[in-house]
Design a protein around this ligand. Structure first.
Ligand SMILES: CC(C)(COP(=O)(O)OP(=O)(O)OC[C@H]1O[C@@H](n2cnc3c(N)ncnc32)[C@H](O)[C@@H]1OP(=O)(O)O)[C@@H](O)C(=O)NCCC(=O)NCCS
Length: 387
């Protein structure tokens, strides 16, 4: 075919940002804008959020089925067997620069966990599942350990009597035991379920590209963490909380959002590349955030959020994504704002690892083409003749 024919073919195939492109297969989750919105291995997200714990969801993603009670008990025991962190990772947490971003700490921490992993040189499916379980158990310890050290809080270990979400809440906020802490832990559990998996989003795709070279699982997860940090992806939940804190009171909300739109600024927590008609997960976490606001007798953030939501839908036809009302819930829980994206990692590690394992089980190197937009062919000019 002529160069022109090749170019026309490339032009027709090209989709900026890979929008709408089917870039691979996966049996892990189905994203659709229909009734269920999202399914993990066939199970509707609404059922999982309402009826399962995050540990059951993590098991479903990593092992391919919902656990029996005995399997769940064994899984919980496997998780708690990974505490405390390996010595080199504890030592690293003690020397991170004081102003380091928690996502950067996590990226390096996961890389170090890879070097310290007892099966570092083993890349079988089974070894990768075991590595995934270790990461799931240890990532909260890296985040909380570094945060507590940087803020002068006494170091604590997770408690075997608490579930995954309750432990995460305890490690990050010291809350546990009372009714408010129990309600918060349940909302956090739901948010972890909602964050666990979302097919070929940017960070998961980054992990799959890395995994397709047959690099190791920790290397692929490190790539994913770096990708999730960006404000157009996981960083959005932190940005939403910053916005709510800046707005401060419900009477300022409408003016603030109208001014942002007039200045053509992006309002964080709205819009989605795939879910143009709304995100089922957002409705679920909105209900949780509203209920928690009442339990905490503090509806300030929820009230501001609903005003922004109304105006964004009216003015731009844009719907809130999962990050929007999650920020309301995390503000109420007292989770430090720069830990919102790391908390997202505590959950998405399950989806990422399941994707890395799936990619390597049926591997084909991911190597797309670029649409060339540079200069036409040029004659080489020797250095002394260049102007
Ligand atoms: C998620 C996101 C990156 C998807 O982007 P996308 O598919 O590339 O969509 P585009 O950036 O092409 O946006 C399409 C239009 O909607 C507008 N838009 C999209 N999201 C917007 C937002 N959050 N606030 C204001 N306008 C927005 C864009 O300005 C654009 O308008 P225009 O056509 O008049 O220029 C985008 O919606 C966004 O930046 N959202 C805020 C960040 C966020 O919440 N990220 C978490 C995602 S789960």
């Amino acid at each position: 075919m002529s160069d022109m024919g090749e170019r026309q073919k490339a032009e027709a195939a090209y989709s900026p940002g890979l929008e709408g492109v089917i870039a691979g297969e996966s049996a892990l989750c189905q994203v659709d804008e229909g009734e269920s919105g999202l399914r993990y291995r066939g199970y509707a997200i609404g059922d999982l959020a309402e009826r399962a714990t995050f540990e059951e969801v993590a098991y479903l993603l990593l092992f391919g089925k919902l656990p029996t009670r005995k399997e769940l008990q064994d899984f919980s025991a496997q998780l708690s067997a990974q505490w405390p962190l390996p010595g080199p990772v504890e030592a690293f947490i003690g020397i991170v620069p004081p102003r380091a971003h928690p996502m950067d700490i996590l990226r390096t921490g996961v890389s170090l966990l890879g070097m310290a992993d007892p099966e570092a040189a083993e890349h079988s499916h089974e070894a990768n599942v075991r590595k995934a379980v270790r990461l799931l158990a240890q990532i909260p310890l890296v985040i909380a350990g570094a945060y507590r050290l940087a803020t002068g809080k006494r170091p604590i270990q997770p408690r075997p009597d608490l579930g995954f979400a309750a432990n995460l809440l305890y490690l990050l906020t010291d809350r546990q035991g009372d009714d408010a802490a129990k309600a918060m832990a349940r909302v956090l559990d739901v948010s972890l379920t909602l964050y666990a998996e979302h097919e070929f989003n940017a960070s998961t795709f980054a992990a799959r590209v890395a995994a397709s070279t047959l690099t190791d699982l920790h290397a692929a997860i490190t790539a994913a963490i770096g990708t999730l940090k960006g404000p157009l992806h996981g960083g959005a939940n932190e940005a939403v909380a910053a916005m709510l804190l800046e707005i401060k009171s419900r009477d300022r909300a409408e003016g603030w959002v109208r001014e942002a739109l007039a200045q053509k600024r992006r309002v964080m927590g709205f819009g989605h590349r795939v879910l143009r008609k709304g995100d089922a997960r957002s409705g679920i976490i909105q209900r949780q955030a509203e209920a928690l606001s009442r339990i905490c007798v503090d509806t300030r953030w929820y009230d501001i959020a609903t005003i922004i939501d109304r105006i964004m839908q009216q003015e731009k036809g844009l719907h809130p994504n999962l990050d929007f009302y999650t920020a309301v819930a995390y503000l109420l829980m007292g989770i430090p704002r720069d830990l919102y994206t790391p908390v997202f990692v505590c959950s998405r590690i399950t989806g990422w690892c399941a994707h890395v394992i799936e990619q390597q089980d049926h591997n084909r190197l991911i190597r797309p083409r670029a649409f060339y937009t540079g200069p036409p062919p040029q004659a080489y000019v020797p250095i002394d003749q260049r102007t």
